[in-house]
Design a protein around this ligand. Structure first.
Ligand SMILES: [Zn+2]
Ligand SMILES: [Zn+2]
Length: 754
């Protein structure tokens, strides 16, 4: 009773402090260690997991160190009595009689070996037994036993000496690890292997006598050579490992989703690939591989060569902030399909445009007149993309990007404009790749999974399954300009959907692709920020993307996407992409969303009532009772007409409206496109800067009249661009009148910079 009171008091006065600093260990999905960091006290001390304790090792240790471990209360009085008698009779001190619990106490509170300290050790052992289970104490012992140098614990020893997972130790290896802690300084693996083998075999023979293990296993173990030596800690995926350590600071073991096999393939492919690009002054690449089904990050390459200090190899390109080039276009088209504004065969004009002074150009500077959405996306044209974004609304698209977790878009918000679809915003490779992983997942987005315990619970629908399916089909077409220069069309092309991108100034080359199993994001460029004339998504990034797919998922057995439930098809007119009208002879099958996609019928022709000679057109108010005929004529949009005029492309003109007609259709008044109404123009007076006068007039109009502040400037063809130079600051009234007398006014403010 008194003894108990003393113990309780001591326990209160000297509480057990158990703070073991472990080395942060990063494991792959198969549980193997891919990277590790020194503990805060500079030790390699890796925490074992309960299922990592090999039964062989446990048995060998218990038999050797403390065979009554599971039966005593922390101290073994019988054994101690025996040793005490021995010491007195021989007049010397021998070690021993320390239970595993007492050894743990000594490892936690290292002090000199005296009888006094032995008493404290015994007290601490009782304390340990009070607070912890036997298994927990054994685990602590296995985590703390010294193995020479700064290596402590069985796991660090297995990994750094034997390159082996602790649960897979052979009998010989287990016994080796059980004997070294007796003399960690004189039994150094790699330096005194012969001595270790001799000592190991001494214990093996003891186990033989004890019949502790099957006789044959012991015979094998006795002959097992020991070729081990200390190696560096594993350093796979260094950028990833640093990031994980930073992100999960208090975890001794960070169990990630990284797939060791995929990671190693990607590392070697990227390393070799970049060597071919060095001659072009291109030095860096980053890759992330996502498993579509689990959203697990299976490979993460921050840079192709971590040790290349000269080219900033330590920079982590997976989370670097870059310009996306054209890579956001598929998402824009998917969102716009869901709005019902377009379908893959919708025809859109690909001619020069001007949005309040913003005049995007196509990558190759080519304008093709009319083009389908499908072609516009597959050939990555800029002008159709800007037009579509304008129709959809920048704010709606920005909101969608924010839903998809684009951190910099969240920050920039309403400051973003139409240029964002051509790369005028900031993104990270991991964000782009996570977005693309929504396409093979029926349009559902989910944050990436880094640790095994992460879930995809917060999955949300970004675009509809049918819209995602249409994008998958467009992006897997092979008739496109962004096939790598040397791509062998049949043999080396993996069956994937992909999109390339090149940022302004040729600083970023992107290629993001997916099949059913994986989504892979590739970025190539220079961390120094230097642009390179040869750098582009097609030739600099796509070959690596193809290599990766051909290596990690060759001829994917997962197959290709099948049309989802809400995907339907309808017959449309090839000229407009709209549901066919009576006069549409050229028809084609197109995907659409029933109840959502526009149902306006095609109007690629219009019925015009003309004079018998076809020279004049009539409107209802001037139509004669007899003597006229019906004619179906092309119904060109005004921007297409202006394009044909400026490029001198011949087209079928409409007859002039009946000159005798008195009616004016004010709704056909010209639209002043430039300068932008209500805009404030800041000009440099000394530079004599010019403003452009441009209108869109009705397609029957031949001539327009421009006025500034009610003063006629010039009469000009409706499709011609004029210029004028404001001389004074202040408000300007701009007027445009067409040859039918229809007039439009707009007002601008001009200010001169000092
Ligand atoms: Zn038609
Ligand atoms: Zn008329």
């Amino acid at each position: 009773m008194l003894f108990l009171i003393i113990l309780t008091t001591l326990n209160f006065l000297f509480p057990l402090r158990l703070q073991v600093d472990y080395s942060p260990v990063i494991t792959a999905s198969d549980g193997s260690v891919i990277n590790a960091f020194l503990s805060r006290d500079d030790k390699w001390r890796m925490q074992l997991e309960p299922d990592e304790i090999s039964p062989i090792l446990k048995k060998a240790i218990l038999l050797k160190e403390d065979r009554y471990f599971y039966y005593h209360p922390g101290i073994n009085l019988v054994a101690m009595g025996r040793v005490l008698v021995k010491n007195i009779s021989r007049g010397k001190k021998t070690a021993g009689a320390s239970t595993i619990t007492m050894q743990v106490a000594r490892l936690l509170y290292p002090q000199q070996r005296t009888y006094g300290n032995k008493i404290t050790e015994m007290f601490r052992a009782l304390q340990l037994e009070w607070y912890y289970s036997k298994d927990e104490i054994l685990q602590l012992y296995l985590n703390l036993v010294p193995f020479g140098g700064n290596i402590e614990g069985v796991k660090a020893a297995s990994v750094l000496y034997l390159q082996q997972s602790p649960q897979h130790l052979s009998l010989a290896q287990a016994v080796t690890l059980s004997v070294i802690p007796n003399k960690p300084t004189s039994l150094r693996i790699g330096k005194q292997n012969n001595r270790i083998v001799a000592f190991r075999n001494k214990w093996l023979r003891y186990y033989q006598e004890q019949k502790a293990f099957p006789a044959k296993d012991i015979l094998d173990a006795l002959h097992e050579p020991l070729a081990a030596s200390r190696v560096e800690a594993p350093g796979v995926a260094p950028h990833f490992a640093f990031r994980m350590r930073q992100k999960y600071q208090n975890q001794a073991i960070i169990k990630t989703t990284l797939n060791r096999h995929v990671q190693e393939k990607v590392e070697s492919l990227a390393y070799n690939y970049l060597h071919q690009l060095r001659g072009k002054n291109i030095y860096n690449a980053s890759v992330i591989v996502i498993n579509n089904q689990t959203r697990a990050v299976e490979a993460y390459l921050g840079s192709a060569d971590f040790s290349d200090a000269e080219h900033h190899g330590q920079v982590d390109g997976v989370r670097a902030i870059r310009s996306p080039g054209s890579t956001l276009k598929p998402f824009l088209y998917a969102v716009t399909i869901d709005r019902g504004l377009i379908t893959p065969h919708t025809v859109i004009s690909n001619v020069p445009i001007d949005y309040a002074g913003y005049r995007p150009e196509n990558y190759f500077g080519n304008y093709s007149g009319n083009i389908t959405i499908e072609q516009a996306l597959a050939t990555s044209l800029n002008i159709p993309a800007v037009k579509i974004l304008d129709q959809l609304g920048v704010s709606h698209f920005v909101q969608k990007l924010q839903q998809a977790g684009f951190s910099q878009v969240k920050k920039a918000g309403h400051q973003l404009g139409l240029s964002l679809i051509l790369g005028g915003c900031d993104v990270k490779l991991e964000e782009l790749t996570a977005l693309f992983a929504a396409f093979p997942n029926d349009g559902k987005f989910a944050p990436l999974r880094w640790q095994q315990q992460d879930t995809t619970a917060s999955e949300k629908s970004l675009v509809s399954p049918a819209s995602a399916y249409m994008i998958n089909q467009i992006l897997s077409q092979l008739k496109r300009p962004d096939l790598p220069y040397n791509a062998d069309n049949s043999r080396n092309l993996p069956k994937i959907a992909w999109k390339t991108g090149t940022s302004y100034g040729r600083k970023d080359a992107w290629s993001i692709g997916y099949n059913k199993k994986y989504t892979v994001g590739v970025w190539v460029g220079n961390f120094s920020g230097e642009g390179v004339p040869e750098l582009n998504g097609t030739d600099s990034a796509t070959p690596l993307l193809f290599d990766i797919f051909n290596t990690i998922d060759y001829n994917s057995p997962a197959g290709w996407f099948v049309p989802p439930g809400n995907f339907s098809q309808r017959v449309v007119c090839k000229t407009s992409g709209l549901p066919v009208n009576s006069f549409c002879s050229d028809q084609v099958l197109d995907g659409f969303l029933p109840g959502i996609s526009a149902v306006t019928k095609c109007a690629h022709l219009k019925k015009v009532l003309v004079s018998p000679d076809g020279k004049y057109a009539y409107c209802p108010s001037c139509l004669p009772d007899v003597n006229y005929k019906e004619k179906w004529l092309p119904n060109f949009a005004s921007d297409i007409l202006a394009f044909y005029e400026s490029e001198h492309i011949p087209y079928q003109q409409l007859p002039t409206h009946n000159p005798a007609c008195s009616r004016i259709f004010q709704e056909y008044a010209p639209v002043i496109v430039s300068p932008t109404a209500e805009m404030e123009y800041l000009l440099e007076q000394a530079e004599e800067q010019k403003l452009m006068l441009r209108c869109q007039a009705h397609n029957e109009v031949k001539q327009v009249y421009w006025y500034i502040n009610d003063k006629l400037i010039k009469a000009a063809p409706a499709t011609e661009n004029l210029f004028f130079t404001p001389k004074t600051s202040g408000k300007y009234k701009i007027s445009c009148t067409d040859d039918q007398g229809r007039n439009t006014n707009s007002y601008i403010l001009v200010k001169f910079l000092d």
